[in-house]
Every structure is written in C-alpha cells, then in structure tokens.
Design a binder for this molecule. Sequence first.
Ligand SMILES: [Zn+2]
Length: 588
Amino acid sequence: MTHPTRSTIISLAALSLAGCAAARVSHPSPSIERFTLTIGADPADTVAPVTLRLDLPPRVDSVVVLQLPSEYVGRSKLYENVVGLRALSTGARLEPTADPDKVRLIVSPNRPASVAWRLRTTLPSSSSADAHNFSDIGRGVAQLIGIDAFVLPQVPSTTPVEMRLRFALPAGAGHAATSFGPPRGPDSSIIVRESAGAVRRALYTFAVDSSALRERRITVGAGNLTVLLRGHQSIPDSVLIAGVQRVISVERAFWQSAAPAEYLVSIGVAPRGGLGGQGLSNAFEADIDSMRTMDAGVLELFAHEMMHQWIGSGRMRASPRVADGSLSWFTEGFDDFETHRVMHAAGLLNDSAYIARVNKVIVDHALSPVRDSSADAIRAGRWNDGSMQREPYLRGELLAYRLNAAVERVTQGAQSLDSLLKRMYRSAKGEDSGYTRDRLVQELGAVIGTDVARREIDRTINGGEIDLPAGALGACVEASTESRPRWDPGFDIDASLASKRTTRVRPNGPAAIAGMRDSMPVVGVSIYHGDTSKPIQLSVRTDSGVVKLRYSPQGEKVPTQQWRLRTGCRTSGAGRSLGLPATPPRPR
Ligand SMILES: [Zn+2]
C-alpha cells in the first residue's frame, strides 16, 4: 500500500503544471488523476444492489483504459462481480480489450465522461471461508474494498489521485464510513487525496438498513477512530471496541508515530471456528466467529492487522517490482514477531502466554508438511494450500527472533530488532518505492553486517529446520528438545470427502490400524484439521451396517525445540526495552 503525504501530491502537481509537454510525455504518471465516484444502493435489485458511477473530468486524450477488478489474494475473475458496465455520456462508448479485466472508454476530447456499473451480492462473510479478504455485499449492508469493487482509470499504484467520493443512499439509510473518514455535508461526500494504490486498498462501508451496521466514533490520541460492527457477536460491542482502542494505543506508542486523522476498524462475522482479517489503507477488517468469547487470540488478530499500518504497507511495504508474495516472510512474519513482542511488552500477553505463542510457532513450523519446500514452491502454492499460506508467517517470525538475538548479542543488549525496525521505519520517509530482498539485507544488516543478515535470511526462508539460539527469549527462558507427533490422518481426506468414499488409506497408517479400508462409503465425519489432540471420527457403511471409526491422528514423532521460563528467575522491564510507557495506556 502506498500512502504519499499531502506535500508529495502538491509538489507533484506543481511539477506537472510547470513541466514542458515533452517532459509530461516521458513521465506520464506524476500528473494527478481526478474523478468523482458515487456509491449508491438499489435494495430492490436482489442480484446487484450496489450502484457505482465514475465521473471523469474533461481530458485531452480520447481513450481512457479502465481497470476492472481482476485478481486479489487468491481469487481471480473478480470482474464477474461487475454487471451492467456502461458509458452514460453522449458520444462516449466502451470497447472491450483482449483482457477481460480492462475496457477502453472512448470519449470526445475535452468533454466530461461517465460510466456506471453495479455489483452483485456476495456470500455473507459468515458462510464464505475467505470472506474476510473480499467485499461483503448484501442488500441491507455493503462493505466494498476498492480493489474488487471499483472500475477506475488504469494508472500505476503510486499515481496521486484526487477522488471526490459521494454516497447516494436512499432516504433513511444508516451509516456510511470509509478509510478516509465519514462522508460529510448535504451531498454526503468526502475529498480523498491519496495514491491510486491506497484508494484501491481501502474500505467503503454503508448500510441501507440502519440496524445492520453499528458505528462508534471515538478519538485515540490525536486521531479519529471509527469502529463499525456488522452482525451479531457473542462478545459485547463495548468489549470489542475497548480491545481495538487498547491495541491501537499500544502500537502507536511503540512506533511513536502520529495517528492518521482517520482510522477505520470494521468487525464482521466469520464462519464457525474462523478468525481472519486484513490490513488496508488507514483501516483494518476483522471477522470473528459469532460464538467466540474475548481472548488473546482476538486481540492478536486486531494487533496483527493494525501492525500492517507499519509493516507490510505504507513506508515498509514490498516494492511493486518484486513478485507478489515473495516478501511475505517480512510483511507477515515480521508483523507477527512485532505483534507478539508488543503484546507481551504491553501486558496483553503475560510471560508464559508469550513463550507458549513462540513455542507454537516453532512446533507449527517443525511439523509443517511443507517445512522443507522451497520459497518458490511456497509462493506458487500459497492460495491453494493452507500449510503453504501459513509457512512464510512461521519462517519470517522465526527469522526475526534469530536476527533479534544477533542484534542483541552484537550490541550487548543495547539494541534489538525492535529498535532497528523502528529506525528503518523512521528513515523510510515514504517517498521511495518499497522494499526488495536486497534492501532488506542492507537495512537488517546495519548492525550485524550484511553478510550475516543475508546468511540468516537464506537459511530460514529457503526451507528446512529452524531453531532459536540460546538466550533468544531472554536470560530467564531456556530451551529443551521435545518430540511431537505429526498430524497424520492416514488417508486422503479431501479426496474422500469429495467422492464420499474413503480414498488412499495408507497401509499400517493410523486410519488403516483403526480398521479403515479403501472405498468405504462415508456417512459422517468429525475432523479437527492439524490438531493431534483431537480424535478423527468417521462413520462408514459396511456389510454389517454403519461403523464408527475413532482414532488418534498421530504420525511419526519429530524433535522440536521448546522454551520454558526457568523457575525462580524473574523477568522485568519488557515494556521499557521496547520503548513503551511503563504503564500501558488504558482505553478511555
Ligand atoms: Zn497480515
């Protein structure tokens, strides 16, 4: 995500006004892209209830290539959600291109032009496994993410944009909110001056049915915070809002960065057992299982998504020049590292919960079926395989602990990876083009040397065993080696559920020992994926009636490092070492 400052845009505007025509031809991107976008609702339309309209000012060129939603976090063909795309102005028309995600708008030069489209309803977030990553469109409430909802002129993500955003909702509609603040005034609009990338990676939420969206506007420090809540949660709104405030206060204190004028948090309902979210421009989205009670896992979700404000977006984002997903070990793994460090320092995780969290990362990595897969294989498979998707988080977080230990060793505890990342953040300025692997080697090697940094990155990111050096979690925490069983169902679950017959039962595996044979008709299942402590239960039909197989999905044992607090040894000053105030800020 790119967040150019206001002054960047003004200086670029001055440049393009002053520049000669030749300069403008060779540098087409710095000029500002101006448009008006109107978001409306037509709840009578049961198929596509959200209406959008793009108004472009007069321009010299007569052809504008419009970019439709295309691919986003593992889903593709998102243009199929756009219906009825048409040119509105006289003399303007749309032409298809060879790419289904692009259309050409042919307009009369120096005349304004408009196009309109609608968006289809989506599965509600509570019944769509990856709903937290996408627009959530219903007839009563709709939450749009620009990237999978907008049809905008095709420009590089760094192009400055001046967007007049207008909400045209039916009388009596409920709240509307965006990453850039709520709409204001009689025409319910807001002027957004951001990069094209930031506009696309932002949230735009509104309710037609005023009871479908609860809204709280509060201030945290010098910034405004809007919290939106959709659907029913077991956790009371006030508890969720207090958790959000606490996490925001703690992370802003850690990074010592000014609050954006507006920040938006949108909380929805995840499928049963689910918990997920994403960090966006000045916003994060979090979906929680409606039966879940408040716990450290919910705060951790908030903290991880909020942490993307600093790591993985804005100044410390991956360069658009690197392959998508190739720096996830940094943008996700270092995010998780700092999430756990800051939660521990702020008292949101006590010592034993923090150590348990690190141990879980070590075990999950040691037992992962893709532990030895190459970084390229992981990147290629990340949207089709849960283990591959998780792997960069694990490798990156463990790498961060190793680098942190190295920085502490070299500086005898005077510096840490925390202080180094803060320095990187402050010096990044936000005017450069993001991070590449080489730039990370240079900057992460500033204290320990670039050769050491490169070696550390290579040995962790390319697959294989990862352990942490002695003292990695402080003087009071020591390591031992424990054997843990791999999760092993002993048959092909996906193929069996698809064909409703047991498939590829491994001879002498745990399923075979429990009595499973190939081709048994499956009539019922209970499986906790990846959890070796929960039995697999499978009801199969046999000649003598339905038989219930119940067994422990434990496979070969793998030695893994585990850490524990030494009895009698006291830790102190975790918060101070991370530069947090001695008493963490309390929610107001
Ligand atoms: Zn993330």
